[in-house]
Design a protein around this ligand. Sequence first.
Ligand code: AMP
Length: 401
Amino acid sequence: MNILVINAGSSSLKYQLLNPETGDLLAKGLCERIGIDGKFTYKPQIAGKQVLDAVDVAMPTHSEAIQTVMNALVDAENGVVASMAEIDAVGHRVVHGGEAFNKSVLITDEVMKALEDCIPLAPLHNPANITGINACTAVMGKDVPQVAVFDTAFHQTMPAKAYMYALPYEYYENDKVRRYGFHGTSHKYVAGRAAAMLGKNIEDVKLISCHLGNGSSVTAIDGGKSVDTSMGFTPLAGLPMGTRAGDLDAGILEFLMNKYGMDIKEMVSILNKKSGVQGVSGVSSDFRDLENAFKDGNDRAGLAVDMFNYGVKKLIGSYAAAMGGVDAIIFTAGVGENSASQRLAIASDLEFMGVKMDAEANAVRGKETVISAADSKVKVLLIPTNEELMIAMDTAAIVKG
Ligand code: AMP
């Protein structure tokens, strides 16, 4: 079975063709500058096939982008499948499913309508995801099944005490203002892998999943269900991130807006694009740059990383308390998979709750492995995330019924 996984943005579209049963990746790539001039990247994973790297291809709309992907995948010389008939289904990453979707779903006209209804919750992302679905229908026809896999769906198991904000209740009832959480596909994938690594049923374990990348979130997963997560109504909440502020006192907004005569648009732009570790350090949103700057004596770069690590540590402590214990802590995504020093800093001084790192085992990157000491009561796991494979697995499961 071959599943085409699509992650459509407003002017870009990432794709992977993979086999969810074996996990084999056949090809991956990217369409960029859709609606501008069009650049196409194609990376077949079969030896001897030609790679295309940001070559010029006119892509006035997402339909031409999908058509370009199809042409490459079935190309007689450099393709990876003989024809479009060998693509069994398409799985789409959709950012926001609101309260309407608590799991992945086969796309029908009714589902498309519900996706439209979710646009106010993710005005920048959902329209692009919908465009990607329509482009696939236009190019592949209505008979190829398409599935929507939501960033928010995994978190729909959170209890009300975790997802409600202490605002007047009507804002929840009328406007659906609540915590939704994001990165759900990643948290679900690594939770499944963690249970397998522990040799336990997912129903029997309490996990804390730390997805630490440019965007970061931590999730408490009890018995395979998300019970709390650090992102909120939007992905702006929780940890300080590359350029996002994370949690802060809402009173600061009024203070700064009054003082500098900013409107809400300017303020929110600062919170999303100029804050986080970039804002604190004044150096970069990239943790590698921060590490280097700190080594060169830049204290603010060190402070930004310290604030981030401290934020993750506090979430681990609070989620262990929320679940009444934890069996394993998972590190994933760019920082979680690669930064041994940050993992060590985050998991240090947690011996009181049974967490003991193994510095040698931790000196590793991008590999599924146990990084806690043999006698650590709580296991600490490094698990590379694979959202595309999770989307393909969900898509296959739904298509097979
Ligand atoms: P992601 O959003 O998951 O792609 O993660 C991107 C983040 O991972 C960036 O801030 C990178 O600096 C960070 N990252 C990647 N490799 C390393 C590394 N070796 N050490 C520290 N951070 C890293």
